[in-house]
Structures are given as structure tokens and as C-alpha cells.
Design a protein around this ligand. Structure first.
Ligand SMILES: O=C(O)C(=O)C[C@H](O)[C@H](O)COP(=O)(O)O
Length: 221
């Protein structure tokens, strides 16, 4: 079944660069049940974060994408942890409005590009970054951001590749997000800290709304 997204602006998302401009932080979310996804996404929207990356790390991921895409007004839903070509079509059919991959093997990249969905493909090295740039992708995910060299690495990349824009993800926290966002080649950051496991398990949507409001107040350089 194909789901029609509720966010009118989503149709205006042309590419990964547009995804980077939706919010200073893209919450990366693992949901254990489809039922959690809709109130969680509504809490993020109330807090001022109109974008969510729902990962395929859990069984509930695909159903959660479909539920949020069809039920949460004002939310742009992306699919994360897309690692196989087959998953690209599955998440597109579920209503995902953009794709995020942790890495960029050729067949996955080909399927993601063919889907026509905006894409934040993962890169951790300069060769991977330049390979994505050759494919026409100048906005991408830097993953795993802290483990791959952190801010010093990404600052160094800006020298030879000033045209590239990043969503660093992996190990970023509420304490370090502002420093990442201050880098000139960072459009937004990704992170799981907006949706702590215990808050999701307890249905503590107020806490998630407050974390979203703090994140929404951060600004890229
Ligand atoms: O699942 C994927 O596709 C990933 O690429 C990994 C996620 O982006 C990170 O797990 C989020 O990182 P943390 O904020 O450190 O929890």
C-alpha cells in the first residue's frame, strides 16, 4: 500500500540539501512498537522539530514510517538504516519522504538514486564523500561522526571540499551539538538523544517535547 504524506511541503523537498534545512537536529529514532511512533512524532512537532528519521533497526520501523507519514500533520518522515536495495522500495511504499543510509555501497546507492527520494547517503572518509559528490550528491550524512574523526576531521574536509554539506550523526549529544552546528559545512546534525529509550518506553511525550524544543533552539552557522 502506498501512503500519501500529510506534509504539503514534503513535495518541495528536492534533495538531501533540502533535508538538511528542515531543522538543526534530525532525531534518529528506534521504535519498539508502531503505537509509540505517532505520539512520539507529535511530541517532536510540538517541540518545534518537524523532521524524524525512523530507523529500520527494529521490526516496527516500517510500520512506524507508514503510521507517521499518514497520521502526523507537519512531520517530514525519513527512513533510516536503509542498507539494502529492497528496503528502498519498501520504505518508499510506506510513505518515507527521504532516505538515510549509514554507508554507500554501489547497488544501494543506485537503488536510492533511482527511487527519486531525497537522500542523505552515509560517508565516513574523503573517498566516500567524493564518490557521492561524483554521483551528484553534495549533501550527505557523516557517519559515525565522533568515531570517524569528529569535528577536526570534518573541519579538515572543508578545505579541499568546501562545496560538501553534512549531517554528522553518531555519538553527538545535546552538549556537543552546538559545536558541530558551528562548523561551516554542517547543515544539521542527527542524534538519538531527543528520544531517550526510557522516555519512549514510559510514553513520556512531555520530556520528548522539551528535548525537541531545546534542539529546535540550536542554530547552524
Ligand atoms: O541506524 C543508522 O542508520 C545509523 O546510521 C546509526 C544512527 O545514525 C546512530 O545510531 C545515531 O547515533 P547516536 O545519536 O549516537 O545514537
Amino acid at each position: 500500500m502506498t501512503t500519501t504524506p500529510l506534509v504539503p511541503d514534503a513535495a518541495a523537498l528536492r534533495d538531501g540539501a533540502d533535508v538538511l534545512s528542515l531543522a538543526p537536529v534530525i532525531p534518529v529514532v528506534v521504535v519498539d512498537s508502531v503505537e509509540q511512533a505517532v505520539p512520539l512524532a507529535r511530541a517532536l512537532v510540538r517541540g518545534g522539530i518537524p523532521v524524524i528519521e525512523i530507523t529500520l533497526r527494529s521490526e516496527a520501523g516500517l510500520g512506524a514510517i507508514e503510521a507517521v507519514a499518514s497520521q502526523v500533520e507537519g512531520m517530514v518522515v525519513g527512513a533510516g538504516t536503509v542498507v539494502t536495495p529492497a528496503q528502498v522500495q519498501q520504505v518508499k511504499d510506506a510513505g518515507a519522504q527521504f532516505l538515510v543510509t549509514p554507508g554507500s555501497p554501489p547497488r544501494l546507492l543506485e537503488a536510492a538514486l533511482a527511487s527519486g527520494l531525497p537522500l542523505l547517503a552515509g560517508a565516513g572518509t574523503l573517498t566516500e564523500m567524493l564518490t557521492l559528490a561524483e554521483a551528484g550528491l553534495e549533501a550527505m550524512k557523516f557517519f559515525p561522526a565522533e568515531a570517524s574523526g569528529g569535528r577536526p576531521y570534518l573541519s579538515a574536509v572543508a578545505g579541499p571540499c568546501p562545496q560538501l554539506r553534512f549531517c554528522p550523526t553518531g555519538g553527538i549529544t545535546s552538549e556537543t551539538a552546538a559545536a558541530w552546528l558551528a562548523l561551516p559545512n554542517v547543515g544539521c546534525v542527527g542524534g538519538s538523544w531527543l528520544t531517550p529509550k526510557d522516555a519512549v518506553a514510559q510514553g513520556d511525550w512531555g520530556r520528548i517535547e522539551a528535548l525537541a524544543a531545546e534542539a529546535a533552539a540550536l542554530r547552524p552557522a
